[in-house]
Design a protein around this ligand. Sequence first.
Ligand code: HEM
Length: 378
Amino acid sequence: MNWELKLHLAAHPVAYPLVRAVGRIAPVVRVPRVGVVVSDAALAKEVLNDPAHFTKTGPGSPADLWTPVVGPTVLLNMEGAAHGELRRKLSGLFTPRSVSELCGAVLDAPLEELRNALRSGRPVDLVAVVRRLVGAVICGLVGLEASEAVAAHLAGTAITSEIRLGRRSLTPAQVLRCRQSLGVLTRPAARAWADGDPATVPGRMRQLGLTEEEALGAVAAFVLTGTETLVSYVPRLVALLHDFGWLDRLAADRSRVDDAVAEALRVTVPSPVMLRSVAADTRIGRVRVRAGDRVVIATISAATALGSFDPERPHPQEIRQLWFGAGPHFCLGMPLAQAEIHAVLGAVLDATPLSVVDRSAAQRVLIPSYSKLVVRSG
Ligand code: HEM
């Protein structure tokens, strides 16, 4: 059974077949009510690297969706000098040292528990485990108690589950619901910013020169981008390795882990679509686009065109890292994401041989995911 296809159809029963069918027609196609759909990797990178013509702030762009909920300074709804400056201020949180200290402090103990649970032969639901682990990392990153990990993940999914491909903005009722979900996280962060204690991350953000609005925006951005992507990806990575017979191979030869992780990112594409708004008339490939048009970059079509999961397949330049974006909005949290992925995968590989004994697909979620993936060692 093709579980990846099952996950996509469970999440987006109408939009997924539509986007894939459009990708088979031509690399760039104008689709009424959806936008200009780009399904080719090289053209996708051209769009992402051209902020003069394609922005995240115009009509139909992510800003239309996010700004009413999270405010104007969340990176993913900013452009230009202010965007570059905020990224610069936050980059210190994602240096190799910061990332490894954070992951060590937050993940070492629960990963040891995971190893022990697996080695004892108990069935373990990896979705529930990853949800707790990545929630705890985000809480550590933004200075919340690890006990808020589940709340962090719930806040993220409460917001992203309101988003569908055909939706250009949220209704007032949706905005209210999303703001209430986010408040669970931003209220303690606002207190930490006001206290200014550099031992907390909001306090450190204040020392780095972030205003309260910027610090709370960063908290919101990290919760939105840094939880659901990994809760989707890590179980899918393990499932792919299991289904294609790679778990034992990797356990025996860890030098191939990086290739397997990159290939699973290419096949799963945890951020399946990116949105832009056309700022000035131009062309994408042979298609003319006008200011105000909405551009839907179908990363899922661009990346998966190469074929099914095969960690021995080299990635051509135009596809490399496309699942983390390109250009000025390239995923700021990639070093943290990679560290979390490698940490969890390492614990899973330590417990091989391992079988998937039960799984199910999450229905109508933004990012295709397993709702459970139960594995057992032995
Ligand atoms: C497998 C996991 C992840 C994937 C596939 C992923 C993918 C992406 C992609 C594709 C973008 C660019 C979107 C666009 O240009 O429209 C992005 C942006 C971003 N990501 Fe990630 N991400 C992941 C994990 C994380 C984590 C763990 C964090 C850290 C908390 C994070 C923080 C961010 C931020 C802050 C941005 C916005 C950057 C900006 O607009 O300047 N991401 N991510």
